[in-house]
Design a protein around this ligand. Structure first.
Ligand code: C2O
Length: 546
């Protein structure tokens, strides 16, 4: 492979949407941010220079970071933040992966505006397992807040209540024509020729919502999820949760020349919680198109049919169609089994405060009833690998929930969680089976759980309480989907397997930003092995200090 250099200047840029102009934190003034383009086997050197008053870090979501944990990016987990005026070079090689991934800020809520695609082509001369598309187009879903998202989460954490929801979803940065005060110029337009195959690289960068996506009058073929090929299948609607990426093939039709169609996305939401239930849209414009450039409101636009907001039947059937294409090495001898509950709970309201969470408490979120606290004076990776762990974290993360109960029945009397910095330590090459059970204690919502540093195999999924005797009999060890982010269904469970063959400290968390902020996060420490190529190298000299 070759080495590719990028410079990310973090700076403020005025951006206008929905008739609101605000200065937002961007990379190189772009929203969404620039595309990283690479090939399997190449090395990337991305110099990030911070010109804003916020601290920043960048995470390369889904990149395995084999032996390069110092470049992973979550603040206080693998690095201290890059402070104003400082810079840091993220240095990593893309090993064994090709497809669509993405990058985003990994501190506070800055990822709402600081994110962009990573396109990894196969090695030179290696074809796709499908016909080469005529064109490839990244499609990023996001959320637009008229307010500053940093102020939104700050207020939510202070009051202990839920944050204000966004004002619009976006497609490649644009809300589209279905919003008030949004127009043709606030609409992303995909111009296509008839009779061709386009590959759309879908990325869900929205902060807090799983999304349904559909294109009017077109069926698409799903070919890849989280940069792993899947057995192709046709669908009219794609479900994509925050953190996930999905490649789809779109065949344009000769019979459609001159026509314009809408592509739309809106949430899949199981609970009655407060969320933005609006719809973002972009246009698919066939050439030649005499209408191009006209006001969208005057066009007879064809709109897709999206499932109902709470269509769990569709969501479940979509997810069950995702099967890995290539032969896999799913671990069958399991060294360690873990059962984690994931969900919402409460924490005490500080004295002399009025809190807006349930019964005057603060909302909290947890894994096994521990709400994970990030360190503030160092990062976990330096603390662990350089023997400075004393007082920074504990290694007694509970391997089972502290208060078991019926996860789908009446909530327990005590919804309080503890707050601590606890990790799970795994010897090199441990094979892990992890069952994640949604608790549905407060509000029924599914949780997109994301693991850094690894892909996992999703071997099982179900509703109700996980049954450790019966459910494993139904696990798919033949062609389970391999990915880095999986939706733990509301009122249900997910079982994943992975082999801990990448030493470092690896964050795992809900990719709904509000749940991440409330503490639905934990960290795995994977120890060095004894052999060559089994040790994390020492940190780079420019690694930021806290
Ligand atoms: Cu895409 Cu830890 O996140």
């Amino acid at each position: 492979g070759i080495t590719r250099h990028y410079t990310f200047n973090i700076r403020l840029q005025n951006v206008t949407r929905l008739c609101h102009t605000k200065a937002m934190v961007t990379v190189n003034g772009r929203y969404p941010g620039p595309k990283i383009f690479t090939r399997e086997g190449d090395r990337l050197l991305v110099k990030v220079v911070n010109h804003v008053s916020n601290n920043i870090t960048i995470h390369w979501h889904g990149v395995r970071q084999l032996l390069s944990g110092w470049a992973d990016g979550p603040a206080y987990v693998t690095q201290c933040p890059i402070q104003t005026g400082q810079s840091y070079v993220y240095n990593f090689t893309v090993v064994g992966q090709r497809g669509t991934l993405w990058w985003h800020a990994h501190i506070s809520w800055l990822r709402s505006t600081v994110h962009g695609p990573i396109v990894i082509l196969p090695k030179l001369g290696v074809p796709y397992p499908f016909k080469k598309p005529y064109k490839e187009v990244p499609i990023i879903f996001g959320e637009w807040f008229n307010a500053d998202p940093e102020a939104v989460i700050k207020q939510a954490l202070q009051t202990g209540g839920g944050p204000n929801v966004s004002d619009a979803y976006t497609i490649n940065g644009f809300p589209g024509p279905l919003y008030n005060c949004s127009s043709a110029k606030d609409t992303y337009k995909l111009k296509v020729k008839p009779g061709k195959t386009y590959m759309l690289r879908l990325i869900n960068a929205a902060l807090n919502d799983e999304l349904f996506f559909s294109i009017a009058n077109h069926t698409v073929k799903v070919v890849e999820a989280d940069a792993v090929y899947v057995k192709p299948f046709d669908t009219n609607v794609v479900l994509i949760t925050p953190g996930q990426t999905t490649n789809i093939l779109l065949e344009t039709q000769n019979s459609h020349s001159n026509a314009t169609f809408l592509m739309e996305a809106r949430p899949y939401a199981t609970g009655q919680g407060t969320f933005d239930n609006t719809t973002t849209a972009a246009t698919l414009e066939y050439h030649p198109n005499p209408n191009s450039g006209n006001s969208l409101k005057q066009l007879p636009l064809l709109r897709p049919k999206l499932p109902a907001l709470n269509d769990t039947a569709f969501a479940t059937s979509f997810v069950s169609k995702l099967r890995s294409l290539n032969k896999l090495q799913v671990p069958t001898n399991i060294d360690k089994r873990f059962f984690f509950t994931v969900g919402l709970g409460t924490s005490p309201c500080p004295k002399n405060h009025t809190c807006q969470g349930p019964n005057g408490t603060k909302f909290a979120a947890s894994v096994n009833n521990v709400s994970f606290a990030l360190p503030t004076t160092t990062d976990l990776l330096q603390a662990y690998f350089f023997g400075k762990s004393a007082g920074v974290y504990k290694t007694n993360f509970p391997i089972d929930p502290l208060h078991p109960f019926n996860y789908t029945g009446t909530p327990p009397n005590n919804t309080m969680v503890s707050k601590d910095t606890k990790v799970v330590v795994l010897p090199f090459n441990t094979t892990v089976e992890l069952v994640m059970q949604d608790t549905s204690i407060l509000g029924a919502e599914s949780h997109p759980l994301h693991l850094h540093g690894y892909n996992f195999y999703v071997v099982g999924q179900g509703f109700g309480n996980y049954d450790s005797l019966k459910d494993p009999l139904k696990f798919n060890l033949v062609d389970p989907v391999e990915r880095n982010t999986v939706g733990v269904p509301s009122g249900g469970w997910i079982a994943v397997r992975f082999k801990a063959d990448n030493p470092g400290v690896w964050f795992m968390h809900c990719h709904l930003e509000v749940h991440l902020s409330w503490g639905l996060r934990m960290a795995w420490v994977v120890l060095n092995g004894d052999g060559p190529g089994e040790k994390l190298p020492p940190p780079p000299s420019d690694l930021p200090k806290c």
